[in-house]
Design a protein. Structure first.
Length: 433
């Protein structure tokens, strides 16, 4: 194993451990609701979680942009800018979070208008949303802190924070649901309690490990409007690119919901396989993000190229591993998530699509990490925009005859097109850089 592989694994393994707790948390929530005696509970958790995923995805630049700019500032040894980037990201995060809380009713109503869940699911989601919205300040603060730490080449602390947060979440959800009989309200309160526990731990660790950087912070420059405008300018492409992702994921959920509660539950179960793979692969994307950003900022092209190649080798290996695991044990895995036999049986015809996701999506995930690190945000936006157009074209062409199969075909193709376009952009724009 060469030095580049060791650097990648040093960052990737903690990120994988951290990320793997996120889908496990989602799986626990689905499993808890999956054993409540009705597919409506599974659908409610899916719709409620998707609404917040959309909100947080839209402002994902608080993590991604902060990470890329921080890693480049670190490569340039500009420690003043390193500290200011964290402060600005947190300030923006709180402004966004307070806006979400104030606008929670119209946001929820808009989500219902787009997703159009059945009435029994709508009532459960309203309860879930009304509780979880109060976790927005904590969640967006964690986005900023996590992005900054990754940019600082530190994935161990996000691992500790994430594991702690998700252990608290699982324990609290189980206690509230089974101990206090709170059902959907219990899952929601478990989420909120864990989010603030994560922030408290993150702040404590930040003080312990990075208090020495305080001397570089020029507090009067935190609200420097020129820097703030530059912060948003750099991240505007990420914002628009995220809207493309949101459009695809929201339509995927909505199109499933419009086919009835059973298909919504089926797609919820199968997307757990996608989520499990994506968070695992993101560990290597985060490593590429941090290392490529640092080497790009330091203008070390040899290390940058070597790291890019090795991150792809690891990513492809992960994709092959997950494809094999899903082929061997995927059906058994679905049975763990729910004891609703009709849901498991209805999922079988669509299972091959879930198996195709790892190989179709590996390039998109790895390129996203590298492009974030070097702040090649226009390339990310272009690839996502083209892939989104392809997604809707395929679905509209095949929906009448293939229905849910058309939805999955469109999604798998969407992932593949993102990776293909990003490969072409990198080859053209960074071939001699």
């Amino acid at each position: 194993m060469n030095n580049r592989d060791r650097q990648i694994l040093r960052l990737a393994i903690p990120s994988i451990v951290s990320n793997i707790t996120v889908p496990l948390l989602g799986l626990v929530d689905v499993a808890i609701m999956g054993h409540m005696g009705s597919a409506a509970y599974i659908g409610a958790i899916s719709v409620g979680a998707m609404i917040f995923n959309i909100l947080y995805w839209i402002f994902g630049f608080l993590r991604m942009g902060t990470s890329g700019m921080t890693s480049q500032a670190l490569g340039k040894r500009d420690l003043t800018e390193v500290t200011l980037l964290l402060a600005r990201s947190i300030v923006v995060g709180w402004i966004v979070a307070l806006t979400i809380i104030v606008m929670q009713v119209p946001i929820r109503q808009l989500a219902f208008a787009v997703i159009a869940p059945e009435e029994n699911i709508r009532q459960l989601v309203t309860t879930y949303f009304g509780i979880c919205v109060w976790g927005a300040p904590a969640m967006l603060t964690l986005y900023a802190l996590t992005g900054w730490l990754i940019g600082m080449q530190n994935t161990r602390l996000p691992m500790v924070i994430s594991i702690t947060q998700n252990v608290v979440n699982i324990a609290a959800s189980v206690f509230f649901v089974y101990g206090l009989g709170m059902q959907v309200r219990g899952v929601a309160w478990g989420t909120v309690v864990a989010q603030y526990a994560g922030v408290a731990l993150a702040v404590a660790l930040l003080i312990i490990y990075y208090a020495r950087l305080g001397k570089y912070t020029q507090w009067k420059r935190v609200m420097d409007w020129q820097k703030m405008l530059n912060f948003f300018r750099v991240n505007s492409d990420i914002f628009l690119r995220t809207l493309c992702l949101v459009a695809v994921n929201l339509f995927f959920l909505s199109a499933g919901a419009r086919q009835g509660t059973l298909i919504l539950a089926v797609n919820t179960l199968l997307t757990q396989l996608y989520i499990l793979f994506s968070y695992f692969l993101d560990g290597f994307a985060f490593a590429g993000e941090a290392l490529c950003g640092k080497y790009y900022g330091a203008d070390n092209q040899v290390a940058f190229r070597q790291t890019t190649r090795r991150v792809f080798v690891w990513g492809i290996a992960v994709a092959l591993l997950f494809t094999t695991l899903y082929a061997v044990g995927g059906q058994w895995f679905l049975g763990l998530l729910t004891d609703e036999t009709p849901v498991v049986e209805a999922a079988k015809p669509y299972f091959p699509w879930a198996m195709a996701v790892p190989l179709a999506g590996v390039a998109a995930f790895i390129w996203d990490g590298i492009f974030i690190g070097i702040t090649a945000t226009k390339g990310m936006l272009l690839s996502s925009f083209i892939a989104t157009l392809v997604f809707f074209a395929i679905f509209l062409f095949g929906a009448g005859e293939w229905q849910n199969h058309a939805l999955w075909l469109a999604f798998v193709t969407y992932l593949a097109v993102r990776g293909i376009v990003q490969t072409a952009i990198f080859a053209k724009c960074y071939k001699k850089s």
